[in-house]
Design a protein around this ligand. Sequence first.
Ligand code: LMR
Length: 399
Amino acid sequence: MFDSVPMAPPDAILGLTEAYKADPNPKKINLGVGVFQDESGRTPVLQSVKEAERRLIEEESSKSYMPIDGSPAYAGAVQRMLFGVDSAVVAERRAATSDTPGGTGALRVAGDYLHANHPGAALWLSDPTWANHRGVFTAAGLTIKTYPYLDAGANALNFDAMLAALREVPAGDVVLLHGCCHNPTGVDPSTGQWEQVAALLARRGVLPLVDFAYQGFSVGIEEDAAGLRAVAAVCPELLICSSFSKNFGLYRERVGALTVVGSTADATAAVQSQVKTVIRRNYSNPPAHGAAVVATILEDPALTARWRDELAAMRDRINGMRRAFRQWFDDRGVRLNPRGNAFITDQKGMFTMSGLTKDHVARLRDEFSIYIVGSGRINVAGITPGNLDYLCESIAAVI
Ligand code: LMR
């Protein structure tokens, strides 16, 4: 049976890391996968995480199975981060959270839930979107459609086209929105634009699915939730897939959450019972460690303060590199976009959509050992003071 199985193509993002590792060039740079790196190119374990882990080793008393949807302490911590400490959604018991293996696990559980319970619903993705969205939701059996998002010429949000397309989405379909730090573009709607989108989806009876993987990487924990909270304020039902890979640096622990919001506590409980059925058939119940780390930090005010400082330091480093990257080109009169380089510092989060074409990306990899996703998405967190000149000189050479 196995002799005739063809090779699958390498993953568009994680496959780059494999190629990067195999590259012997000492000047190589990996700007592919969205992982934070410090100034020396390392992805450190946060000190707040280390402290939480020390406590867990001392206090953990059992390795028995987790509940299917994870621990209530974790669910409460997730909901406070999403909706704030005094949210009506939480007070009215209209939210239910499942601990999932990473944000990707949350997306797949959401996809399986939608396919099983709302079989006619199509899922609308922004164009462009995270390279793995289509694969995850196609594997779950959903019909995928797209709405315009980026004005590639200006490297900015094409809000009019986005809104016009969303006006045509039929009631009962699902629209995926990136909660902040849009992946791959770094282009986010303003709060006013979020409110317009939220009102439109509510009016049309379209279900929002918010993918929220970068909370805290744009401005701050509360500020970055403004879009999600605008949606929750007017849409009676929504799904949220969140991740702690980036903001707690817990990538390999696979810590994420699927949060269901229903119009009543009873409706939410029924949906959550279906979500639990999906989880049980898929991976039974979640891994415990990463979620316990997050809950330990968020339940202790001193540890929370330490974590917030560490998150702010990550955000500041990335923003500093954004400014330096743009400055390098500005100083030399090199334009990455005909309208100028301001888009680099306007974009938010880990990524910048550089405007580099597939050919540029291929030349950067083949001639300079610089690894960038084929769409031209650059992980700004991979830029360091040590590799900035080499990176910018190489980009200038290929464009
Ligand atoms: C990314 O977009 O680089 C991250 O979300 C990591 C991944 O799994 O693709």
